[in-house]
Design a protein around this ligand. Structure first.
Ligand code: APR
Ligand code: PHB
Length: 389
């Protein structure tokens, strides 16, 4: 088999890239380890920057997102009983769209199938070869058969546990990591959201988040210990703990119900440099992870896809390799800014078990700074709606 771009991983990064390339007439094959049903069973964050929405539009996959997504002009930050509304529209001139990542992925799969693009599922033992030559290829097995895919380029979109990143020689690769001493316990419930905007709540008992999927589907989180097990948290215990972390007026209007999903995610910040080696380009979770506090995981993947797509378009269209040569530096410059914001939001809002008295005062001063200074709120708003790319 031969293609122009071999895309490893059929998550949102790989699929969005494949559809954008298809619009330019650049051929790609997507290799996905799991089944489509498995990929679509993952529940992830659901806040889309307008840059992401523009890319979906460019890929021709924006219709349902526009029809069913909710445009949010602001979000609430609460500190015990005090609330600050960050007005994105006024402070940053932009909005965000709340639309589940699972739905984004479903729309991308539907578009890929409708356009006849090739996606191979349940591929095993993917190995990348000759990445430092101009004739790279990928070997893998599917349904017991050994296969080979020759290509011009490999896009490593296979997430944090994929094979692409580790195909960059260890002598070249540099990794930066911060692991936070807590996790997020998340619950999905068929109840109306407590508020029509997201509420990021910082309290003496720890962080909580009120989010949503639609008018009768809510997503809530509470900061928990890393040793906690989701199964040990009853629904009642979850709702009680959530209520205690919200301002009284919000807690009183919370509608609770049975959870339809409950899971714990650890929080980490991670970046791999460089994001390009020879003919391999890393995109999304394969190259970087953020804690979910700023809702930047998917959005950060999208800017990588944007830079890579533009680079490949110029290469195939005009034989101009400046875009692909500059890919790693350009993508990383934005990745690090997004890392900074996600780390800052996480540090501002969580309760750190190992903090010193000095750290507590600094956190309090940071909160006061944000409450009092419009410029600080503007910085938050500009980062939340998404830095330009
Ligand atoms: N071979 C083929 N596919 C693989 C391999 C492999 N060796 N390893 C992993 N994959 C697949 C996974 O099964 C998954 O479907 O790659 C895909 C990677 O998808 P994601 O982990 O979702 O990563 P990405 O597409 O970069 O999405 C960006 O935004 O909100 C964040 O972390 C969240 O998924 C999210 C991300
Ligand atoms: C979610 O809706 O799951 C969500 C929203 C915002 C975040 C994280 C997760 O910052």
């Amino acid at each position: 088999m031969r293609t122009q771009v071999a895309i490893i991983g059929g998550g949102p990064s790989g699929l969005l890239l494949s559809q954008l390339l298809m619009k330019e007439g650049i051929e790609a094959v997507v290799l996905e380890r799991q089944t489509k049903a498995h990929v679509l069973s993952r529940i992830r964050a659901g806040v889309l920057e307008s840059g992401f929405v523009r890319l979906m539009d460019e890929a021709g996959v924006v219709r349902r997102l526009v029809e069913e997504g909710f445009v949010h002009e602001g979000a609430i930050l609460s500190f015990d009983n005090e609330q600050v509304r960050i007005d994105f529209a006024e402070l940053a001139g932009q909005t965000v769209t709340v639309y589940g990542q699972t739905e984004v992925t479903r729309d991308l799969y539907d578009a890929r199938e409708a356009s006849g693009g090739s996606t191979l599922f349940q591929v095993e033992d993917v190995v990348l070869h000759d990445l430092d030559s101009d004739k790279p290829y990928v070997t893998f097995r599917q349904h017991g058969q050994d296969m080979r895919l020759d290509c011009d380029f490999v896009a490593g979109c296979d997430g944090f546990h994929g094979v692409s990143r580790t195909s960059i020689p260890a002598s070249v690769r540099r990794e930066f990591e911060k692991v936070y001493p807590f996790g997020w316990l998340g619950v999905l419930s068929e109840t109306p959201p407590v508020h029509d905007e997201l509420i990021y709540a910082s309290s003496q008992r720890g962080f909580a988040l009120c989010s949503m999927r639609n008018a009768n589907l809510s997503r809530y989180y509470v900061q928990c210990d890393l040793s906690d097990k989701a199964g040990d948290w009853s629904d009642d215990a979850f709702w009680d703990e959530l209520r205690r972390r919200l301002p009284d007026s919000v807690a009183q209007s919370l509608v609770t119900g049975p959870s339809i999903e409950k899971s714990i995610a650890p929080l980490r910040s991670y970046v791999c440099e460089p994001m390009r080696w020879g003919r391999l380009f890393l995109c999304g979770d394969a190259a970087h992870i953020v804690p979910p506090t700023g809702a930047k995981g998917l959005n950060s993947a999208a800017s990588d896809v944007y830079y890579l797509h533009r680079g490949l378009r110029a290469f195939y269209g005009e034989r101009d390799s400046a875009g692909i040569d500059g890919y790693s530096a350009k993508a990383l410059a934005r990745v690090w800014k997004t890392q900074r914001f996600s780390w800052w939001m996480t540090s501002l809002l969580h309760r750190f078990p190992d903090r010193s008295d000095f750290d507590i005062r600094m956190q309090q001063a940071e909160i006061a700074h944000l409450q009092e200074l419009r410029a600080a709120q503007e910085t938050l708003a500009r980062n939340y709606v998404g830095l330009p790319y």
